[in-house]
Ligand binder design. Structure first.
Ligand code: NAP
Length: 288
């Protein structure tokens, strides 16, 4: 039976634990000694291991902790063990914080492209979410094998995985969430809904038009692409949309502002701005 230790029992940790256990893996949970995760994992029937004992643990260890806290956890509990395999659900910590790995370690990325809840729900429904796999340092010769096995256990192979690098996954993920997913789209939804309400429209109607209909448009774009979606909406929607996008988001300005955000990601300035969030990362040197 394959075995794995998961450090962190939060959004991703819970979904990884449930999916891997249901896929036949022996799963152990660990975390910081004063955290809630260990007790929750025990209550859910998982074996647990003290963080202090991690240096001698067999099998791969997945670091499913907030990205800014990974270097501190690594330094406290993982530095200096025997040849090991470390897995990450996001390339951020390795790309910008560079945990103090030993030259005999494997660093493996298995990044589900979805929140933990979706990872679990889709698994239970017989599907999964798409994933990105990467290997940064491979000393064992078996890093890709582990990446594929974990991806299979999580249900990612049911949808598909892309092989990439830690840096590409991190930078594409950060830029897309800053510009599209958590930047422009939420602001457009919120501001346009409030605008309609100020103009006397019922909030439920305004919200339905701006938010619920967005989901239908996104589903169409995923299925048919942006142009395919535009060719399927009404004439009023297409003509109005083509006119409005240049008013709301002029292409040249959008490109220049996106370039600025990209530079902050590439230079490590954005990563540094997260540095103050956690006292545990104060000592961490951020690269480049
Ligand atoms: N949010 C998502 O669904 C999502 C999606 C894709 C990728 N990811 C990636 O998955 C990884 C885990 O993210 P997550 O959202 O699952 O994390 P999370 O839920 O925010 O945290 C996971 C666990 O980390 C522990 N923790 C919190 N602060 C800590 C600290 N300062 N030091 C040590 N442990 C700490 C907590 O457990 P205790 O209280 O028990 O210590 C918590 O339950 C990250 O690399 C993230 O980028 C997340």
């Amino acid at each position: 039976m394959r075995e794995i230790t998961l450090a962190g029992y939060g959004n991703q940790g819970k979904a990884w634990a449930d999916n891997l256990r249901d896929s036949g893996w022996k799963v152990r949970i660990t975390g910081r000694p004063d955290g809630k995760g260990i007790a929750q994992a025990k209550a859910a029937g998982f074996a647990t291991v003290d963080a202090q004992d991690l240096r001698s643990i067999e099998g791969p260890i997945a670091l499913l902790l907030p990205d800014e806290s990974i270097p501190g956890f690594f330094a406290a509990y993982l530095q200096g063990g025997e040849r090991r395999q470390f897995l990450f659900a996001h390339g951020f910590a390795v790309t910008f914080f560079r945990p103090p790995i030993s030259t005999t370690d494997d660093l493996i990325l298995v990044a589900p492209k979805g929140i933990g809840q979706k990872l679990r729900e889709n698994y239970l429904a017989g599907s999964g979410v798409m994933g990105v796999l990467a290997v940064d340092t491979e000393q064992s010769g078996r890093a890709w094998e582990t990446a594929e096995a974990v991806a299979e256990g999580l249900g990612l192979l049911r949808v598909g995985v892309l092989r990439s690098t830690f840096a590409a996954e991190t930078k594409a993920d950060l830029l897309s969430e800053q510009v599209v997913l958590c930047g422009a789209v939420p602001r457009l939804v919120q501001e346009t809904t409030d605008f309609l309400v100020r103009k006397g429209i019922d909030r439920r109607l305004a919200s339905y038009e701006c938010l619920n209909e967005l989901k239908l448009i996104v589903d169409m774009m995923v299925e048919h692409g942006v142009d395919g979606m535009m060719s399927r909406v009404s004439t009023a929607a297409r003509v109005g949309g083509e006119r409005a996008r240049d008013v709301i988001l002029p292409k040249a300005e959008l490109e220049a502002r996106t370039e600025k955000l990209w530079r902050d990601i590439e230079s490590g300035a954005f990563a540094r701005s997260l540095e103050n969030k956690l006292a545990t990362t104060r000592e961490t040197e951020i690269h480049p």
